[in-house]
Design a protein around this ligand. Structure first.
Ligand code: CTP
Ligand code: CA
Length: 228
């Protein structure tokens, strides 16, 4: 296997990556989901591995396979993802690339929901999911030294993502425009803006693999104190 054995600037470092969508059950056979493919998180985990990190990859039901040479933890729901992330700590850095469902179905049924013959659809009620990124970023003890979030926005990307960084207490936010006309959600390219305490830095549109390699290099620079 490559990865933990690879010689690189992240040798001996543990990095946690979340990826993919989450699925929130409605009943045993139905769920709420989103269009995340898991491609960006998967590429990032592979890039961190290639720099020598030991990577724990906590993934929802993604449409791309997880990378080789990383420790894969498969989850379905946001609640399971939070538990898996907490169990994987401590980590030197944590990157939250998952598209976590914001809401779960509060009145999920234990059995398959049946049409009742009246033509009346069932009423679903929702509860807000825990914010995994904010939970970790605000840990009083054992917080990873570098906490990186993503921000999926469809308008006023930098403004919304800058506010999100402050609200969640993470160190960096990788903002991307996921409005349908960009074709980014589910596609192979990404156009991101990296938001740090130094401000906002827009990167040209490039393949998700290239975004991953650049971000991994920045993370390595931050952890080793030798910025690229
Ligand atoms: N995130 C998380 N747990 C959640 C929701 C989001 O860990 N329950 C993380 C995502 O993995 C991402 C970041 O928070 O790194 C921002 O996700 P995003 O959906 O853009 O932000 P939200 O805070 O959910 O705000 P909104 O969707 O309302 O814009
Ligand atoms: Ca959200």
């Amino acid at each position: 296997i490559e990865g933990a054995l690879a010689d690189g600037p992240l040798n001996g470092r543990h990095v946690l990556v979340t990826s993919g969508p989450t699925h929130e059950p409605i009943d045993p056979v139905r769920y709420i989901a989103n269009r995340s493919s898991g491609a960006q998180g998967t590429a990032l985990a592979a890039a961190l591995r290639d720099l020598g990190a030991r990577v724990t990859f906590v993934t929802g039901p993604a449409s791309v396979p997880p990378p080789e040479g990383v420790a894969v933890v498969r989850v379905e729901t946001a609640a399971q993802m939070l538990a898996a992330v907490t169990a994987a700590l401590p980590a030197d850095a944590a990157v939250f690339a998952a598209a976590v469902a914001d809401w779960r179905v509060a009145n999920a049924a234990g059995q398959k929901m049946k049409k009742d013959g009246t033509g009346q659809p069932p009423a679903l009620s929702f509860a807000e999911n825990p914010d995994i990124l904010a939970t970790i970023a605000r840990m009083a003890e054992g917080r990873p030294g570098l906490v990186v979030g993503f921000a999926a926005e469809t308008e006023r990307v930098v403004e919304h993502a800058t506010a999100k960084r402050a609200r969640k207490g993470c160190d960096w936010i990788v903002a991307n425009d996921v409005s349908p006309e960009t074709g980014i959600m589910g596609g192979s390219e990404n156009a991101v803006t990296l938001i740090t305490d130094q401000g906002a830095e827009s990167w040209p549109r490039m393949g998700k693999d290239a975004v991953a390699r650049q971000l991994a290099a920045r993370i390595a620079g931050q952890l080793t104190g030798q910025p690229v």
